[in-house]
Design a protein around this ligand. Sequence first.
Ligand SMILES: Cc1cc2nc3c(=O)[nH]c(=O)nc-3n(C[C@H](O)[C@H](O)[C@H](O)COP(=O)(O)OP(=O)(O)OC[C@H]3O[C@@H](n4cnc5c(N)ncnc54)[C@H](O)[C@@H]3O)c2cc1C
Length: 386
Amino acid sequence: MKDAPLAVVIGAGSTGAALAHDLALRGLRVIVLERAGIASGSTGHNQAQLHSGARYAVVDQNSAKECIQENWILRQILPQGLELNDGLFVAVDEAGLAYRPRFLQACTECAIPWRELSAAQALQMEPLLNPGLITAVQIPDGVFDPYRLCLSFLASACQRGAQVHTFCEVIGLDPALMQVTYCQRRALQTAPVRLRADVIFNAAGPWVGQVAALGGLLAPVSPSAGAMLTIDRRVSQRVLNLLAPPGDGDIIVPQRTTSILGTTSWEVSQPGDIPVPPEHIESIYRVAEQLVPAVRQAHMRGAMAAARPLLAVEGAQGRSVTRAFACYQHSSQGAPGVFSLVGGKTSTARLMAEQAADLACAYLGITPTCQTRTTPLASYRKWVSA
Ligand SMILES: Cc1cc2nc3c(=O)[nH]c(=O)nc-3n(C[C@H](O)[C@H](O)[C@H](O)COP(=O)(O)OP(=O)(O)OC[C@H]3O[C@@H](n4cnc5c(N)ncnc54)[C@H](O)[C@@H]3O)c2cc1C
């Protein structure tokens, strides 16, 4: 019997992990190559908010609709990996109140359920909220653990035969031969390994342009950095968002016994090792304390920055860049078996994987359909490192 097609996935962040799961479920052989540890890129350094889409409802309705769709799906397939306390959008001034009608209308248009709360109700739910708040809106945000989310996708893929090789950096990509070359970074001295595949997925996040360039290909990514602060206590049980157009530092996410405040946004040419600009720390605090004045009394455990692999769109910068995603089949560059995934969010990783795998199956001329919408993911505890 003929072997199933072999898919090589480059990168084990949320995108690569979700892709490995989707492809393995469709019966493909899958090898994931990750140059460092699982979720060591943007995924492991994000704010961990399971988006309801409300943040994007006014400014980016496609992304908002994708977020709410995937939010409902992840609740079904990954219940053990999520904290589902919802979220609040909180108006603390007249500008927030003025934004409210557009916000509610847009949430309705995107099928994001909402419930308006009085100030007293909101304070009863979240006692550390700004006591001067004017109104609050409850929406179905949540919290994920980025590392465990990836482990669940990968454990599920491995149960169906996928192999995940960490500390293996792809250093060459030959689209004509459909070959990747990688180095094992943990071995003292090893020769580069060459691997031929039927389809190659570039899921290298903000490095997607650099990996594409190894094969002389172009992937339209515009890495946008964001800084976040972690403080040493949970100041809320829910995700807190400022009721205003998306801006810097306007979200607080409870994560285990800490809270993550953020984010900011600026363009970077190099997506790795991004220092946090000192002035961003103060600007994040300034906005976060409008939501919860007590953030100033907590100790800052750390500040970090990572890059979003945003889609490059001509003329768009910073917050105006769409959070949508695209899966590029590099056919027009002579590499129809190579696919680059750009944009999106961890919250929408499953959907990105579905669309990429659909494209690849069409290219391979095979017809297995996507099953990830309804297949429960394995627990992260089932992950066993090779
Ligand atoms: C500050 C910030 C906050 C965010 N907050 C949220 C949030 O709250 N909720 C949400 O849903 N999304 C959030 N995001 C977006 C989300 O983090 C990203 O969209 C998502 O993590 C991208 O996943 P990825 O797998 O594509 O990229 P990555 O997680 O970066 O994974 C790419 C992987 O490829 C590997 N790689 C790179 N080059 C090579 C190579 N040559 N060989 C082998 N491997 C290679 C890297 O090591 C890395 O592990 C945030 C992003 C940022 C920056």
